[in-house]
Design a protein around this ligand. Structure first.
Ligand code: SF4
Length: 276
């Protein structure tokens, strides 16, 4: 199979001389993505989510991704991607910040700048940790965000402590509050969360958790854990879950989504982003 053509916007630079490919990427046709802050307060070895490699991309090559993408830089790069490469979906994520908004307010500034550049037509989805300060969700919506991912990874506190020790200190109750507020702000089927397969969960527990989410208009993405280079899970030699487990859970959750009419609202990704 021929490699997809290099996106045309990669070869342009911002007014300050920064190549657009250091600001945003196009992983598939029609989709432009960016990790607006490429660092995370939870990245110490004992804290880090064991499947995350967010900071490993920094400093590998001199013209690699920027640690922080400014709103004006994002606006320029995304506008070019829409104009030159037919982008129909924008997806932004961030490493977790230290403040109570956990990075959501900076995401809102980025979305506002992008919206001003590209207009209302192209949906913009963001992913972040649930802000302790729920007002940040309203700011994101007011800035022009179409949909939001608040990724819990697991609904089992025992597995959360093992796999995401830093993030597990955010109580599940805080996810519940953010999902609920998110549905009020963004609408049904415009709030998603990622549930990982392969953390040692019982399939029936994961499916029951997904059922409760779907009933409230929250869209769960079930994603098999596939440890990638740079992650602790990869270094430990862990492999992904067996295909039959993935198939069983995916079929069950797809049936739940269909039964509740959750087909993925405007701006919803086809799969969950990896961080946030
Ligand atoms: S998944 Fe999110 S919270 Fe966990 S280490 Fe990566 S960026 Fe930080």
């Amino acid at each position: 199979m021929a490699a997809p053509p290099r996106p045309r916007f990669y070869d342009l630079t911002t007014a300050d001389g920064t190549p657009y490919h250091r600001i945003a990427r196009m992983p598939e046709a029609g989709l432009v993505t960016s990790t607006v802050v490429q660092t995370c307060v939870r990245y110490a070895e004992a804290e880090r989510c064991r499947f995350c490699a967010i900071q490993e991309a920094l400093g590998v090559v001199p013209d690699g991704t920027l640690p922080v993408k400014r709103p004006d830089q994002l606006a320029e790069a995304v506008h070019a991607a829409v104009r030159l490469d037919g982008v129909r979906q924008v997806s932004l994520t961030t490493g977790t910040g230290a403040g109570p908004d956990r990075g959501a307010r900076y995401l809102a500034r980025c979305v506002r700048a992008i919206r001003a550049a590209i207009g209302p037509a192209v949906p913009v989805q963001v992913t972040c940790e649930p802000p302790a300060d729920l007002a940040a969700l309203g700011l994101l919506r007011a800035a022009g965000t179409t949909a939001i991912g608040l990724n819990v990874e697991s609904l089992d506190d025992r597995l959360r402590r093992r796999w995401l020790p830093g993030k597990a200190r955010v109580p599940l109750a805080q996810y519940e509050a953010a999902w609920e507020h998110g549905v009020r702000v963004f609408g049904r089927d415009h709030v998603s969360t990622c549930l990982l397969i392969g953390l040692g969960e019982r399939p029936e527990d994961l499916i029951e958790g997904a059922r409760r989410l779907v009933a409230r208009g929250i869209h769960p993405f079930v994603v098999p854990l596939r440890p990638t280079p740079g992650t602790i899970a990869y270094r430990d030699g862990l492999t992904g879950p067996p295909p039959e487990r993935v198939a069983l859970i995916t079929r069950a959750v797809d049936a739940l989504l269909a039964a509740h009419g959750l087909a993925g609202g405007a701006g919803m990704p086809r799969r969950a982003a990896a961080v946030g």
